[in-house]
Write a protein that binds this ligand. Structure first.
Ligand SMILES: C[S@@+](CC[C@H](N)C(=O)[O-])C[C@H]1O[C@@H](n2cnc3c(N)ncnc32)[C@H](O)[C@@H]1O
Length: 385
């Protein structure tokens, strides 16, 4: 894997390949830590063997008889089976997983647990759920959201399928401090839910934007390197990398399992009715509101705009050259690092120089051209929100 942050498609493929190749889950060692004995007694051995979660989303989900439950990234089905027991014969559980192999395991386990009749397992992606609008009472998920390179999209989908007032109960890992870039860029660490983990603050912001209210995030299990080693996703290579690069005093707390409870708002924001995006404009970095800047030791970060699913690129336009005159459905923001040039819009050209910041609206035709003698270099964010 390259020493670089990964793109969304790379991540999806890494996750798919990693989970498809697994010979087993984290097994009884982790399951006995996450679930109590009475719960484990309700689940067939195969489903325990395939457990790959980081918590117990059903225990405090408050499921009631007759509820319709959706399990995002259901894996081998341990939580779907526990949920099926709680909702009883009048309830229903839908498990969705990226991999048909996981769905098959979950189907077999649910049948072995004699709850197959009330369970259905569908191959699909949490970012584009194969589930009808407002058809689910409770969404649960265990160690799956972190695998999504588009968490905001996945949460918006969870909100879409929930009935108004429906509840979300998910558990996943959160990180308090950034992991070393070498670990973040490791496919194994992504597949193991570590590299894709966000902080509780970011998670809360994403939930609010997706349309959840009454968000409560509670810390549960602490995960150190020795704990994550129990998951078959972590290769010896990445474990060794973590032992080498993560300071000794942080090695026993690289992530914390968090439990999220939230309620789907009565009305979801309709993006079609959202106010028109700000007009395309060019300004200067120094003119940005310093209140939007966040400092870290040795780093000066200016948040040009609060965005969540962002692809960051560095582009060089050769002297006399230009990007094609084009448009895309997402917003586009750039900061010029070096060179001289212009943003060409339908009705005007805006000059660019080092420190210029430009904001291009979704679907606005534009091109970026270099007018100087040296390449125009800019850092560009494509914002897929
Ligand atoms: C860490 S495992 C957890 C499985 C299960 N929830 C459990 O507790 O054992 C994550 C699961 O999410 C699935 N998955 C990964 N990315 C997904 C996506 N984008 N949409 C749906 N499922 C996904 C994987 O195939 C895998 O089965």
């Amino acid at each position: 894997m390259a020493d670089d942050l990964m793109y969304q498609d790379d991540i999806r493929e890494v996750v798919r390949v990693a989970y498809r190749g697994l010979p087993h889950g984290a097994g009884p060692r982790m399951a006995t830590r996450l679930y109590d004995a009475a719960e484990l007694a309700e689940v067939p051995r195969e489903a325990i063997g395939w457990a790959l979660g980081v918590g117990d989303p059903v225990r405090r989900a408050g499921l009631a008889a007759g509820d319709v439950v959706l399990d995002l990234g259901c894996g081998g089905g341990i939580d779907s089976i526990l949920a099926a027991r709680r909702v009883g014969p009048t309830g229903r559980v839908i498990g969705v997983d990226l991999l048909e192999e996981m769905c098959q395991r979950a189907r077999a386990a649910a049948a072995a647990a004699a709850v197959g009749e009330r369970c259905e397992f569908r191959e699909g992606e949490m970012e584009s759920l194969p589930v009808a609008d407002a058809s689910v009472d409770v969404v649960i998920s265990n160690g799956a959201l972190n695998l999504s390179p588009r968490k905001s999209r996945a949460l918006a989908e969870a909100a879409r399928v929930l009935v108004p007032g429906g509840r979300l109960c998910l558990v996943d890992l959160a990180v308090e401090q950034d992991l070393p870039p070498e670990v973040l860029a490791s496919g194994a660490a992504w597949a193991g839910c570590i590299a894709g983990a966000v902080s509780e603050r970011v998670l809360a912001a994403k939930l609010a934007r997706a349309g959840f209210v009454d968000v409560q995030i509670t810390q549960r299990e602490t995960f150190g390197i020795d704990d994550v080693a129990a998951y078959p996703l972590f290769t010896d290579e990445v474990l060794e990398l973590m032992r080498r690069l993560i300071p000794a005093d942080a090695q026993q707390r690289i992530a914390v399992g968090v439990e999220v409870h939230a309620t789907r708002a009565a009305v979801l924001a309709d993006h079609a009715d959202a106010p028109e995006a700000e007009p395309t404009r060019v300004g200067h970095l120094d003119d940005l509101d310093p209140a939007e800047a966040a400092e870290a030791p040795g780093v000066d970060v200016r948040h040009l705009k609060r965005v969540e699913d962002v692809e960051l690129k560095v582009l060089d336009v050769e002297p006399g050259g230009s990007t094609p005159y084009h448009r895309h459905p997402h917003a586009h923001q750039g900061v010029v690092v070096a060179g001289q040039g212009a943003v060409r819009l339908r009705d005007r050209r805006e000059p660019l120089e080092p420190g210029s910041v430009f904001f291009v609206r979704p679907n606005e035709q534009h091109a970026i051209e270099c007018r100087g003698e040296r390449p125009l270099r800019f850092v560009c964010m494509d914002c897929f929100v």
